[in-house]
Each structure stands twice: as C-alpha cells, then as structure tokens.
Design a protein around this ligand. Structure first.
Ligand code: FAD
Length: 376
C-alpha cells in the first residue's frame, strides 16, 4: 500500500483488519491475559494476512505496508487485545535491519520473521534506566574472534520467546552499535518472566549477556552509528505505540457504549442519563482527537516533512493519555461490573497503563515536544 495521505483505500484495509481482529483475536484476549502466555492463536492467524511481515519489502516476502497501514493494523488489533497487537508488531523491529543492515543480514533474517518461523525483539532498556538512552552500560568490544557483549537488558518484550535480539550496546565511550544476538548464542540467558499489571499476554523478561561472543558480521551497519539508527527507527515506531494506545481507548469506548445502552437503572438505560452522555462524549472526543493527531503525524512521517518528530511525540502522548483516561471512565460506566475480570474493560484499564510508560515515557515525550516548540 503506497499513498501520500489518508484515503478510502485505508478504510477498506481497516475493515479487513477489524473483521480479522473480531474473529481471530478477540476470542483469545481474556485467556492469554489470564494464563500469562503469548497470544499464539492470534499470532498464527495473523500470518495468513501477512501481518508479521507487513512493513517489510516485497523482496523479502513482506507487504511493503506503509506507516499508515501499520498504525491501522496496530490500532485495530489493540482495540480487542493489546497483547496481540504488541506481539505482532514487535516483529517489525527487524525493519532496522532492512534500513541499515547488510544485504546478507537482510536475506538471512527478514524472510523467517515475515513467514513466522522466527521472532524478534529489541533491547535498549537496562536495570539502571530506560529514559536516559545514551546512559547504557552494556558493552560490545571488538576482538579478533568477534564482538564480545556484556550487560543486562531489562523489560524486553518477547524476551525468551524471540529468536533474534537487536541489542543496543556501547562500542566506544560516546558511541553505540546495534548487535544481532541469537537466542542460541553462547553467553545469552533470560531472566524470570516478569509478572505484570497488564499486557500479560506479552512475554517480558531480562536478556542477560555474559561474555557473549558473536561473529563480526552481526553488527547492524556502522558500530558507531547505533544511536542514529535508533533515533531514526523511533520516529515510525512511536506512531505504532500511539496507535496501540488509541486502539485500547477505542476498544474501551466500544465496550462502554454497548454496556450503557443495555444496563437499566431507574427504569431506563443508563445511556439516557445526561451525565453518562457527557462522559461518553468526552471519551469519544479524546479518541477522535488522538486519531486525528496520529494520522497527521503519520502523513508527515510518510512524506518526510519537517515537524514529523514533534507530531509523532504529540500523537504518542495524546493517544496514550486517552487510553488511560477512556479506559478508566469505561470501568466507571460499568459500575461494579467494570471491576470484575468478566468484563473486558478491567483488562483494558490494566493494559492502558504501559502505553504511557514505554517507548519514551510521556514525561520524556513532553520534554521533546517543549524543546521543539521553543526552537520554533
Ligand atoms: C511491559 C514492558 C515492556 C517493555 N518492552 C521493552 C522492550 O521491548 N525493549 C526495551 O528496550 N525496553 C522495554 N521496556 C522498557 C521501557 O521502555 C522503560 O520502562 C521506559 O523507557 C522507562 O524507563 P525506566 O523504567 O527505566 O524508568 P526511568 O527512566 O527510571 O523513569 C522513572 C520516572 O522518571 C521520569 N523521568 C526520567 N527522566 C526524566 C526527565 N528527564 N524529566 C522528567 N521525568 C523524567 C520517567 O518519566 C518516569 O516517570 C518495556 C517496559 C515494560 C514495563
């Protein structure tokens, strides 16, 4: 799919993903949360539509799906299951290899991810911190036998479940590289799976590197330019994380609208009460404002226009703050039932919180927005 702005082609694509999400993803959303296991059913079903390969070049079996089709996909999956949206889209981190890797790396690593034979993950965050990206202590030293990696990466999505890890490590005092570490490499181990508030269908754990020696050709591009590559990749991926929050917000709104029309108090559906209508209107405005900003940011990114970075951060904050606020109100509108696991809004509220924390916390995003605003 190739376009320079949002048009009706995307509406038809959205309809296709929406139907898929309702039929193949939604039925397992509560189970994967309850069992704290990867959403295998949704992931495997998504292969039929080629979703793990969506952004990759057709040359490698992908669909060449642009950033707008990527955010539509993430939004529609997260609308019914935030964990499934995370699992499918985390595979897209291999786009860093497509953009900056060698021909051999692309040929070897991308087709298995596209076909669902292998999965990927990325490791930036460390125990010492995630916000200060350039403070990483994990190191990669060049030796005659290969790159020697040491360090611990914390909170890694798909940790232990993925086959390939894109590890961000310090190569010189002020330089960083991205290294391709296989699950099978000597010196790689995984921490205990984290027990999380939400997003429980998405595995998270430490990736530990102890004298992990990998071949010299496992560095992505220039070992001194990893910081630049990550910053370039973050622009598109920030939109994806915004879409994830937006999907949760839209899903919670869907549930609240349906519930308030069916629930009666004082002899009338609670949706008849003005105070309920006001809440629903506010929720709908937050969702639509988030979507409008996200689409604007995506169009700027797609056309490589100035301001893309600022709008991507604005979209991330607006959509993920909407997720938290709308999911909280959706629970409120369910009364006591919203507090029970029997209703999806309970899970949606727990899932919403992470969206304000990861991919650059919303405080860090606000700092970046303010910097751009002051710069004029
Ligand atoms: C479920 C889950 C999945 C994740 N998946 C991945 C993954 O796949 N790969 C990966 O690399 N990481 C992943 N992360 C890590 C995530 O990106 C980090 O948790 C996040 O960037 C925040 O880092 P931190 O937890 O170290 O918080 P800290 O950086 O310690 O921040 C603590 C608090 O201080 C605030 N703060 C920090 N600096 C400033 C400042 N300058 N001004 C104002 N406020 C500030 C923060 O906003 C936050 O509120 C994941 C995390 C979770 C929980």
């Amino acid at each position: 799919m190739k376009a320079t702005h949002y048009d009706e082609v995307y509406d038809s694509y959205r309809g296709q993903i929406r139907r898929f999400a309702l039929e193949k993803v939604a039925p397992f959303a509560a189970t994967v949360d309850e069992d704290e296991r990867p959403p295998l059913e949704a992931y495997e079903a998504s292969l039929a539509l080629g979703l793990p390969g969506l952004p990759f070049s057709e040359e490698f079996g992908g669909q060449d799906g642009d950033v707008i089709s990527q955010i539509i996909t993430v939004e529609e999956l997260a609308r019914v299951c935030a964990s499934s949206a995370t699992t499918v889209s985390t595979c897209w981190i291999m786009m860093l290899v497509q953009r900056f890797g060698s021909d051999e790396q692309k040929r070897k690593l991308i087709p298995p991810v596209v076909q669902g034979q292998q999965r990927s993950a990325w490791g930036l965050t460390e125990p010492k911190g995630g916000s200060d990206l350039m403070g990483v202590v994990a190191s990669a030293k060049k030796t005659a036998d290969g790159w020697l990696l040491n360090g611990t990466k914390r909170f890694i999505t798909n940790g232990g479940w993925a086959d390939w890890y894109l590890i961000f490590a310090r190569t010189e005092p002020e330089k960083f590289g991205i290294f391709l570490v296989s699950k099978q490499d000597q010196g790689v181990s995984f921490g205990t799976p984290e027990r999380k508030m939400g997003l429980r269908g998405s595995p998270t754990c430490d990736v530990i590197l102890e004298d992990c020696l990998i071949p010299l050709d496992r560095v992505v591009g220039d070992p001194a330019k990893g910081g630049e590559y990550i910053r370039a990749g973050l622009l598109a991926s920030r939109l994806k994380y915004a879409a994830h929050g937006l999907g949760i917000a839209q899903g919670a709104l869907d549930e609240a609208v349906a519930y308030t029309q069916g629930r009666e108090q004082f002899g009338r559906p609670v949706s008849d009460f003005q105070m309920i209508k006001g809440m629903v209107a506010d929720m709908a405005m937050k969702v639509e404002a988030g979507r409008a900003l996200l689409m604007h940011a995506a169009t700027l990114v797609l056309n490589q226009e100035p301001g893309a970075k600022k709008y991507a951060s604005m979209a991330k904050v607006t959509c993920t703050d909407a997720a938290m606020s709308v999911a909280t109100d959706a629970v409120q509108l369910h009364g006591g039932y919203g507090y029970l696991k029997d209703y999806p809004v309970e899970r949606m509220l727990r899932d919403a919180k992470i969206t304000q924390i990861w991919e650059g916390t919303n405080q860090i995003q606000r700092l970046m927005i303010a910097k751009e605003v002051y710069a004029g």
